[in-house]
Design a protein. Structure first.
Length: 530
């Protein structure tokens, strides 16, 4: 299904998406089943219970630890039924982070996983709001139907009310908990029956000629069948029918019911993304809109990860290709520095192993190993000076000062901090007066994550301590005015890892004062990364 005939077939078959959910709803299990059906892993088993610490970096890493599969990447590609799926991992920790936000700038759709017994939970709502900022199409998977769940109408109502989005049932559950039998596929008039004996088996699918087909009675006990007919009749009256356009515009979400752990409903969900899911989208740059079918390669960095694999080079920049057909060895323009860059060893996150990318298309995610030249927000093109927009950096809401427990390690600490800043894991500010650094994050848990990463990856034990500041604002304005401000307010001034001037304070009053006293200067809570 396509309404964009200009797209080359290779691009039209790409589906690039992320999964959003509240912890424990089943994101890891679903990811695992995707990979199983995509042939990326041989045999899925139950993901073992995991401690809080394991949540800190990535669900893919969690998978790796739990299953011993080599998937420590932030993106994963697999083939299924003629489609190429690119699944981009959203960081697993429960604090909202910029990383998550930026991941969602690199995908064309999101799957929202909810627990059938719990409905819409806090983290789901937050992530949903982020998707809404971009009108991302969202597919909903209501998981754990093999357990006691809420009433189907109640779940749908809650999503509609809580998230202000139309919900169209793509499937309807038959029974629940111990009596859960499977689903009626409303989009294809099929009966899908869950196999409880084999958790890795794809459900048995029986073609039905509508709800009056006598064949239904052969598979569904009379009481459940009567209930199913009644509920679907009601659903048809009360709920909107699936409308692809409305879905693509982010106004409607189709919902599938299933049980990830039993591999049930997963295939239907994958088919749904394939059949209805958006093809690679048009992206905005400051200069113009860029369409995926354009011949020339363009892309932007949405994530940088350091120390991914000690065997490989130190950093990998994750690039969302926006347009064109990329081939290994291509020389691209690194727009920020104006320098050409030969991309000779890009990584494609295919199947269970990282492999060298020979080619990639608009919509794909490739990893480019580099020594720090590539930063979040950077554009790569075949020569055009494009700057992709909408990849913001947020002012951190929590600030702490940091120092190495061993004062001899100060220099090393600086290097580690700069690396994390470039990775986008934290903001690092160097105050104009005094020594040391101030680190800013969006969620409190990130301080713990950073402390443990600095210790593990750089061997430097550190201490975070309360800082006298609570707000950071980027100083924007004419050079002479900014300079005047800097000279008169040294105790508030610092620079970020790009060398941009940042005003630190504890009082909103200070921010108002500066904006009043220095006409033309603004103190901004966000900075576009480009
Ligand atoms: P995540 O935190 O969202 O990644 O959730 P996980 O995939 O780790 O799942 C959380 C827990 O729910 C694990 O113990 C899973 O085994 C379990 N789980 C996942 N899917 C299902 C399901 O369909 N049914 C049941 N009963 N449990 C499930």
């Amino acid at each position: 299904m396509t309404n964009r005939p200009a797209l080359p077939p290779e691009i039209a078959r790409r589906r690039t998406f992320a999964i959003i959910s509240h912890p424990d709803a089943g994101k890891t299990t679903l990811t695992e089943k995707f990979l199983l059906f995509g042939g990326a892993i041989q045999m899925a088993g139950q993901v073992r219970a995991k401690g809080e610490a394991r949540r800190t970096r990535s669900d893919f890493m969690k998978l790796e630890q739990d299953r011993g599969i080599s998937v420590s990447a932030s993106a994963m590609s697999f083939e299924y039924a003629g489609y190429r799926y690119n699944l981009v991992d959203t960081p697993g920790h429960s604090d909202f982070s910029e990383d998550t936000y930026r991941t969602l700038t690199a995908v064309d759709a999101a799957i929202m996983v909810i627990d059938g017994a719990k409905g819409v939970e806090s983290q789901t709502r937050k992530l949903f709001e982020v998707c809404r900022l971009r009108d991302l199409p969202i597919l909903t998977f209501c998981n754990k139907m093999d357990r006691e769940s809420r009433d189907t109408f109640e779940i749908i109502d809650e999503i509609q009310e809580n998230l202000a989005i139309d919900v169209a049932p793509a499937s309807w559950p038959i029974g629940m908990g111990r009596d859960f039998l499977g689903c009626y596929d409303l989009l294809h008039d099929r009966l899908e029956l869950m196999d409880r004996a084999d958790r890795n088996k794809v459900a048995e699918s029986i073609k039905i000629a509508g709800l009056d087909d006598p064949k239904l009675a052969e598979h569904v006990p009379a009481d459940l069948l009567a209930k199913l007919r009644e509920e679907i009749e009601m659903a048809c009256e009360l709920l909107p029918a699936f409308d692809r356009q409305s879905f693509l515009e982010g106004h409607m979400t189709p919902i599938w019911f299933g049980s990830a752990i039993n591999s049930f409903g997963v295939k239907e969900l994958m088919d749904g993304i394939g059949e209805y899911g958006p093809e690679p989208e048009v992206f905005r740059s400051l200069e113009r809109e860029v369409a995926p079918e354009e011949k020339k390669v363009t892309g932007f960095v949405f994530k940088v990860q350091a120390n991914m694999d000690p065997k490989h080079r130190d950093r990998v920049a994750f690039v969302r290709l926006v347009s064109g057909h990329f081939e290994r060895g291509m020389k691209l323009l690194h727009v920020r520095s104006g320098k050409p860059m030969a991309v000779s060893n890009p990584v494609l996150f295919l199947a269970a192993d990282r492999e060298l990318a020979e080619e990639a298309w608009g919509g794909d995610i490739i990893g480019i190993p580099n020594h720090g030249q590539l930063r979040i927000g950077d554009a790569l093109t075949e020569g055009e000076k494009l700057r992709f927009t909408g990849i913001p950096s947020f002012a951190p809401e929590l600030l702490q000062s940091v120092r190495a427990t061993d004062p001899m390690k100060g220099k090393h600490l600086e290097k580690a901090l700069m690396q994390f800043a470039e990775e986008g894991a934290a903001k690092v500010f160097k105050p104009a007066i005094g020594s040391g650094f101030i680190v800013g994050v969006v969620g409190a848990l990130q301080f713990d994550v950073l402390a443990s990463r600095i210790e593990i990856e750089y061997g430097i034990p550190v201490r975070f301590e309360p800082s006298q500041f609570t707000s950071a604002r980027w100083v924007l304005g004419p050079k002479d005015k900014v300079e005047k401000l800097v000279n008169a307010n040294k105790q508030h001034i610092s620079t970020d890892h790009d060398g941009d001037v940042v005003f630190l304070t504890r009082l909103q009053w200070d921010i108002d004062r500066v904006e009043r006293d220095y006409e033309g200067v603004t103190l901004s809570a966000t900075k576009e990364m480009m």
